[in-house]
Structures are given as C-alpha cells and as structure tokens.
Design a protein around this ligand. Structure first.
Ligand code: NDP
Length: 331
C-alpha cells in the first residue's frame, strides 16, 4: 500500500476549504490510490464550524481518508504535513487600506512560515491560495528559509483554467482539447492571460488558438479582460466568491506538481522567479511550467512579442510594489 500523505488546509472552515477538503478526501488531488490524512486549521472564532466540517468528513465515509486533524493550533496543524494548501487569510473589507490588509496577512504568513519550517515533513510542498497570493507566498518563503524556494508556490491555475474555458466556449470545442495557455505574473487584475502559444486538438492535428479564433481584437481585448475579471463576475452572480473552481484548481496544481504534467503540455504556477523572460528575480511570479518527478521547471524559449512584453512588465511592476509594501509592514 502507498505511504500515507498528510495534507494541510488552512482556513478550512471557509468557502474554498469546504469545497476543497472533500476533493482531497476523494483522491482528486493526489490520486485515487493515495490514502490521506487531512489537517484542517482555522482561527478560534471558526472552531465550531471547523468541527462541523470534520463531522461531515466522517459522515462521508471516504475510503481514502485515514484521519482528520481539526485544530486552531498552528503547530499541531503543521506537524508532519507533506502538502500544505494555505487558504486562510485576512479578507479585504470595505474601507480598509491596502496596507492594513497587507499587514494582517504578512503577520499571518510570517508565523505560519515558522510553523511549517519547524514542523512540516521534509520536502513539504506549499501552495498559497489566500490573497494577495503571490506576496503571501513570498513572505512565507522569506520566513521559512530552510524550505527550498522551489517548494513554495501560489495558485494561478484557476486563471489558467478560466483561459482554457473561454477558448473552449468561443470555439465550441472540448476544454480538454485546449492546452498551453499561460498566465503571467500576479494573481490580480494585472495578470496577463496569453494564448500566443496555446493550441487546440482538432481532427486534422493541433492548431494554434489564434489561427482558429481568427479574431485578434477579441483575443487581445475582451478575452483578456474576461479572464482578469472573472472573479468579480462570479461574486456579482453568486454574491459569494468563487469556491468550487478555486478548490478544483488547487487540486489540479498539486496533482500536476506531484504526478507530473503530460508530455507536450504546460500549466501556469506562481513560482520563485529566477529572472527568466527578464522578469525581476526574487518575486513569486506566474510562469508556464512543466512538472516531472515532483519538481517544476519554467518553460524556456517562448517568443514574447511587444504587446506581451508590456503586459509581463506591468504585472511584474505591480508585484515589485506589493513586495515593497509587504516589507514596509515588517518594520
Ligand atoms: P474563501 O474560502 O472564499 O477564500 C479564502 C482566500 O482565498 C481569500 O484570501 C481569497 O481572496 C482567496 N482566493 C484566492 N483566489 C481565489 C479565487 N479565485 N476565488 C476566491 N477566493 C480566492 O474565504 P472565507 O472567508 O470563506 O474563508 C477564509 C477562512 O480563513 C475562514 O474560515 C477564516 O476563519 C480563515 N482565516 C484564517 C486566518 C488565519 O489563518 N490566521 C485569518 C483570517 C481568516 P479574496 O479575499 O481576495 O477573495
């Protein structure tokens, strides 16, 4: 039998957490042959609700679920975990200054970084979902210096999947036949959804998305803004932010990272920049990556046209500014 894997979900009593934990317990994240123990963390005001989620997990009788730890103690939550999905964070509330929100999240991610560094299993893989996701991940990295930078990532897979979804709707093709979109940069409205290298499987072979869509105006305009603003559109429709799609994307992110991307396919992940594509190094920036044997690698050598260059730089500049703001909260 496979060795047990312990998966931490922070903010587990929240919306995304509620959608995510059953997916993990069903094997959507790590495979239908992978037994798991779920570690769920939330803050004391959410402790009762968290216990309710635990009760439901018991009631669901998931065959792969070998145990549940539901706690408000960050050390207990982090102990021995192999995968950490950080969904808990301080939400933006109306009237709050950006700096105040940043400051709350910096202190949360600083303390969770230390707990993970000291108590998680060696080689623990970390995925940050809570916003500002890229910068929270960067803070986590800075305050957990013994966790290799390659193990700390943030979620842009939902944006990536949204891009595939929009192309699939537009062309009336199966979403599983669309691949190699790219989300560059920040998980914010400055992200750049790029389909210049994306393709669609057709009966006569793989065809570039641009050739099939035949409408650069749409691809350079409405397509980009639709993906960038999809989160807001869902809030407007549902009166709640996206949760099932965010949870599903978190599973896709970890699954591809651990089990590998298919040959010829890349995905988008927020990872520690090494300066590829002239993106400033030292930021957590979303790149196209392939994964093999549990490690990601940035796809190299893609042509970047002038339109794209501007957009890569713009979202990079926003991230540099967020980084500065986060650091100013430390002092
Ligand atoms: P959600 O579960 O809806 O969202 C959790 C986080 O994910 C938010 O920061 C949200 O950002 C972010 N997020 C990132 N991408 C997406 C996306 N595509 N769609 C939606 N959200 C996205 O929030 P809830 O308020 O329901 O739950 C949060 C939980 O965290 C609560 O149970 C709360 O108790 C806990 N919490 C934990 C803290 C801690 O660990 N110290 C501190 C504060 C809260 P955005 O806000 O921009 O939507």
């Amino acid at each position: 039998a496979k060795e047990l894997v312990r998966v931490l979900v922070t903010g587990a009593a929240g919306q995304i957490g509620y959608a995510l934990v059953p997916m993990i317990a069903r094997g959507v994240m790590l495979g239908s042959d992978q037994p798991v123990i779920l570690h769920m963390l939330d803050i004391p005001p959410a402790a009762e609700a968290l216990n309710g989620v635990k009760m439901e997990l018991v009631d669901a009788a998931f065959p792969l679920l070998k145990g549940v730890v539901a706690t408000t103690d960050v050390v207990e939550a982090c102990t021995g975990v192999n995968v950490a999905v950080m969904v808990g964070g301080f939400p933006r509330k109306e009237g709050m200054e950006r700096k105040d929100v940043m400051s709350k999240n910096v202190s949360i991610y600083k303390s969770q970084a230390s707990a993970l560094e000291q108590h998680a299993a060696p080689n623990c893989k970390v995925l940050v979902v809570a916003n500002p996701a890229n910068t929270n991940a960067l803070i986590l990295k800075e305050f957990a210096p013994s966790i290799p930078a390659k193990n700390i990532t943030c979620l842009t897979r939902l944006d990536h999947n949204r891009a595939l979804g929009q192309i699939s709707e537009r062309l009336n093709v199966q979403v599983s036949d669309v691949k190699n979109a790219i989300i560059w940069g920040n998980h914010s409205s400055t992200q750049y959804p790029d389909v210049n290298h994306a393709s669609v499987k057709t009966p006569s072979g793989e065809k570039p998305v641009r050739e099939l869509v035949k409408d650069d105006g749409w691809l350079n305009g409405e397509f980009i803004t639709t993906v960038q603003q999809r989160g807001a559109a869902i809030i407007k429709a549902r009166k709640l932010s996206s949760a099932l799609s965010a949870a599903s994307a978190a599973c896709d992110h970890i699954r591809d990272w651990v089990l590998g991307t298919p040959e010829g396919t890349w995905v988008s992940m927020g990872v520690y920049s090494d300066g590829s594509y002239n993106v400033p190094s030292g930021l957590i920036y979303s790149f196209p990556v392939t994964c093999h044997n549990g490690d990601w690698k940035i796809v190299q050598g893609l042509a970047i046209d002038e339109f794209s260059r501007k957009k890569l730089d713009l979202t990079g500049a926003e991230l540099s500014e967020e980084k500065e703001l986060a650091y100013s909260c430390l002092s």
